[in-house]
Write a protein that binds this ligand. Structure first.
Ligand SMILES: *[C@@H]1O[C@H](CO)[C@@H](O)[C@H](O)[C@H]1NC(C)=O
Ligand SMILES: *[C@@H]1O[C@H](CO)[C@@H](O)[C@H](O)[C@H]1NC(C)=O
Length: 491
């Protein structure tokens, strides 16, 4: 309370003056916020333009109050709404650059002004990713570096507080040959290296902070260059952080050398140097021999490969030739039956043709016949046509003539026969009439005469045969007709 009075003593003085003039005592307002006694915590990720807090004050006279902020830096970051006392953030806060402010706020009832300072603490948020130092990272190591030797330290820091500021390291992706200590960032060899297979490694180190909700991480490249043991030079000394690395690893042999030479003299040094030179030379010779051997081996391999290739080519050529021969043979084989077939077909065709010719020869007379028949038919038809064309009378006449002729031809023998028959009949009738006309006596006489004659005269054999008369008998009479004929023949 004393402090309060002391800070605002000039205000009190003014107040006494004014109250003396009006004869009435004005009581000044006072802040009621508790953070004036302790501190106000504002998170560093509070967005610009948002309200941070509200100033509260009381005035016993119930005068209208006006709030404000004083100080150049404070008014860059904070603005106070005069009527309500709401405090706005005007600029982004960053705990990592300024973690606390002392801000003076004021309240006035138009008669007097009260100011009060507040301690503003900026609250930490994990808003920074770890940062690597002393980049780029590259290190040369010997091919025969033993397993477990630390070779490098990476260093990344995170300005955030707490877990958000503690960094863990890892290789991403993990390496088969190197490991990194997750807390200290010490890189060690975990597998024997071989310059012949790999001359350099490119690793990616991931540094991530330990924030539970939103861990932030950063990547850095680490180049590890492997040097051949024979090409050894004291590059190892220039390693960054070499003091740290060799804390736990045995010191290299050449470091031991210097104190010994100082103690034992120059000769030893020279001897050592000679020895070293000799060793170098020997190593070089060995290496040269090895290299020559390798070259020779490579050459031999190449020659073998070339020979093999030539052989392969030759073999391929031979195989190709064999294949071609085989193909030709196969084609020929395939062709042989074809040729046979063709020959057979030709022969068959020829046979067919011959058969056809024979048939044709056989058929020719038949054809002639047919032609003849056709011709005859045609002639008949022509005749008929001619006839048809002729007048019907002529036709008739001709037909009649023809018929008559035919009839005559047919009738001639018949008529002759009939005439003969008629004649015969007439003759018979005439004879009969003559006989009837004769007197029965004459008949008798004649008969008797005849009988006498027959008995007496020798009869001609004809008469005997005709009269069926046996010679010794005076048999039955011959029929008149026969006799008639007989006599007619004699006369
Ligand atoms: C890492 O770097 C920081 C800043 O340069 C330094 O303060 C710290 O000592 C370093 N840590 C190690 C292990 O070298
Ligand atoms: C780094 O490692 C952490 C933990 O393994 C992982 O969450 C993060 O994604 C990694 N960072 C990058 C950039 O890959």
């Amino acid at each position: 309370m004393r402090c309060h009075v002391a800070t605002s003593c000039h205000v009190v003085w003014l107040f006494v003056l004014i109250s003396g003039c009006w004869g009435q005592v004005n009581r000044l307002p006072f802040f009621t916020n508790h953070f004036f006694d302790t501190y106000l915590l504002i998170s560093e990720d509070t967005p610009v333009g948002s309200s941070v807090t509200q100033l509260l004050a009381r005035d016993m006279d119930n005068d209208p109050l006006v709030f404000g902020v004083s100080g150049e830096e404070a008014s860059r970051f904070f603005a106070v709404e005069p009527d309500t006392g709401v405090v706005w953030l005007r600029q982004p806060l960053d705990r990592e650059t300024k973690s606390e402010f002392t801000v003076e706020f004021s309240v006035s009832d138009h008669q007097g002004v009260i100011t009060r300072k507040v301690n503003i603490q900026v609250g930490d948020v994990n808003d920074n990713a770890p940062t690597f130092h002393n980049q780029p990272y590259s290190v040369r190591i010997l091919e025969n570096t033993p397993v477990g030797t630390p070779i490098f330290i990476v260093n990344a820091t995170d300005p955030d507080l707490g877990a958000g500021g503690s960094v863990l390291y890892s290789f991403q992706p993990p390496s088969q040959f190197f490991a990194i200590d997750s807390a200290r960032g010490i890189v060690t060899v975990i597998r024997e290296l071989d310059y012949e297979t790999t001359q350099a490694y490119q690793l990616t180190v991931n540094a991530t902070d330990q924030d539970k909700t939103r861990p932030l991480s950063m990547l850095a490249n680490l180049a590890i260059i492997i040097t051949d043991v024979q090409d050894m030079d004291p590059i190892f000394i220039n390693l960054p952080y070499s003091t740290n690395i060799y804390e736990h690893s045995p010191p290299p042999w050449w470091r031991l050398g210097f104190p010994l030479t100082r103690a034992w003299g120059l000769r030893r040094l020279r001897r050592l140097r000679r020895l070293r030179r000799l060793r170098w030379l020997r190593r070089l010779r060995r290496l040269r021999r090895l290299r020559r051997l390798r070259r020779l081996r490579r050459l031999r391999r190449l020659r073998r490969l070339r020979r093999l290739r030539r052989l392969r080519r030759l073999r391929r050529l031979r195989q190709l030739r064999r294949l071609r021969r085989l193909r030709r043979l196969r084609r020929l084989r395939r062709l042989r039956p074809l040729r046979r077939l063709r020959r057979l077909r030709r022969l068959r065709r020829l046979r067919r043709l011959r058969r056809l010719r024979r048939r044709l020869r056989r058929l020719r007379p038949l054809r002639r016949l047919r032609r003849l028949r056709r011709l005859r038919r045609l002639r008949r038809l022509r005749r008929l046509r001619r006839l048809r064309r002729l007048r019907p009378l002529r036709r008739l006449r001709r037909l009649r003539r023809l018929r008559r002729l035919r009839r005559l031809r047919r009738l001639r023998p018949l008529r002759r026969l009939r005439r003969l028959r008629r004649l015969r009949r007439l003759r018979r009738l005439r004879r009969l009439r003559r006989l009837r006309r004769l007197r029965p006596l004459r008949r008798l006489r004649r008969l008797r005469r005849l009988r006498r004659l027959r008995r007496t005269s020798s009869l001609t054999p004809d008469a005997w045969s005709l009269g069926r008369v046996s010679p010794g008998k005076s048999g039955p009479l011959l029929s008149g007709k026969v006799l008639d004929n007989y006599w007619r023949g004699k006369s």
